[in-house]
Structure formats: C-alpha cells, structure tokens
Design a protein around this ligand. Sequence first.
Ligand SMILES: CCCCCCCCCCCCCC(=O)SCCNC(=O)CCNC(=O)[C@H](O)C(C)(C)COP(=O)(O)OP(=O)(O)OC[C@H]1O[C@@H](n2cnc3c(N)ncnc32)[C@H](O)[C@@H]1OP(=O)(O)O
Length: 176
Amino acid sequence: MPTELDPLERHPKAVGPGEQMRMHNSTCFGCGEQSPAGLRLKMFAGDDFFVTATMEVESRFEGGPGVIHGGILSTAFDDVMGMAPLLIGPSAVTVHLEVDYRRPIPIGSTLQFRADIMGRQRRKVYTEAIAHIGDPDDPVATAHAIFVTIRAREHFAAHVENSQLSDDDKRRLRAP
Ligand SMILES: CCCCCCCCCCCCCC(=O)SCCNC(=O)CCNC(=O)[C@H](O)C(C)(C)COP(=O)(O)OP(=O)(O)OC[C@H]1O[C@@H](n2cnc3c(N)ncnc32)[C@H](O)[C@@H]1OP(=O)(O)O
C-alpha cells in the first residue's frame, strides 16, 4: 500500500452504522437476491470504514471432502471487500485480490467476515479482510484487495445486454 494516502471520509449517502448495505446488483453472484445459484451475502455497514457479513457454509460450496472450495471463499472475500468502497464513494471493481487460506473451513460452519478500508489513493481503495468461525483473533482466512472506483453506467454499458436483469432493469441502467 502506498504511504501517501488521501483522507477517508464517509460518503454522505452511505448507509448508517449497523444498517444493511444495498446489493452491488440484484443479480450479483456474491450478494444479489436474484442470483439463482449465488452466495446471497447480506452485508452490514460498520461504525467507520468496515463492512461485516455472515455466510453459512452450505454443502453446495464443497471443494475438498467436507470443506469449503477455495474459489468460493475468495468470491466471498471479493464481494465483502467490494462493498467497503461504497462507504466512502462510488462503486469500485477489483483490480487485485489475494487470499491466505489458514485452515480448512468445514461444511456446516458459519463464517463471519469483516472487511476494512485501509486507505485510499485517488481512485484506488485498499482493503483487508478476515474470515473467522467465532473468534476474530483466530481467523481461518485473510485477504487483501485493491479496488478502483468507476462510473458504473459507463463501465457496464457495453455488457448490460448480457445481464440476467429484467428488460426493465436493463432499460433503466441504459437510461441517461
Ligand atoms: C449501474 C450500477 C450497477 C452496480 C455496479 C456494481 C459494481 C461492483 C460489482 C462488484 C462485484 C465484486 C467485485 C468484482 O467482482 S469486480 C469484477 C472484476 N474486476 C474487473 O472486471 C475489473 C477489470 N478492470 C478494469 O475494468 C480496469 O482495469 C479499470 C476500469 C478498473 C481501471 O481502468 P482505467 O483505465 O479506468 O484506470 P487505470 O488503468 O488508469 O487505473 C486506475 C488506477 O488503478 C491502478 N491499477 C489498475 N490496476 C491495478 C492493479 N492490478 N494493481 C494495482 N493498481 C492498479 C492504476 O495504476 C491507476 O492508479 P493511479 O496511477 O491512477 O493512482
């Protein structure tokens, strides 16, 4: 992370501490309510610059026998950390993601996530996150990511047609 960082300020339109955050997109694999096979993560804003989420490790998330698939865990980390930039500004997309898997995570466990904004420099937002099963001081996995803020309508304009969103929602996204 660079040493020269911009000051962090909560965005005036960000949801309040303890409130549920809006989905990235209703068909988002991580948090969308309409994603047919998604993780359906519900995210909550923290006091200052963090986000929390809980995920039941369902058997459909299995990788090795009886444990979570690493790709599912990294998807969850990506989505939870990807929510944090919305506390300070516009939507942001991942440009870099790294995950440290510390221990196998059993199917049937309840994973708790916390993602913190570490700093911002121009459009880049630096985040770190932990996943734990009850003891935040003993995480089962940790992650770091860099997000870059975007103008969402412009960024997705060429791709909206491929979305699972309804035609009405797609029209709304294309509207000026
Ligand atoms: C309509 C609403 C719908 C809702 C939307 C919800 C969206 C969210 C959904 C979230 C779902 C969950 C999350 C997901 O799944 S997000 C899905 C996965 N991510 C993507 O698809 C992103 C693909 N990348 C891009 O589209 C472009 O690279 C973007 C647009 C991001 C930047 O290209 P652009 O041409 O605009 O800008 P730039 O190239 O000048 O870069 C800008 C700055 O960034 C720095 N940089 C770049 N790369 C890296 C790197 N690897 N490491 C470190 N730094 C990097 C770069 O040096 C520069 O820094 P600075 O020198 O200026 O300081």
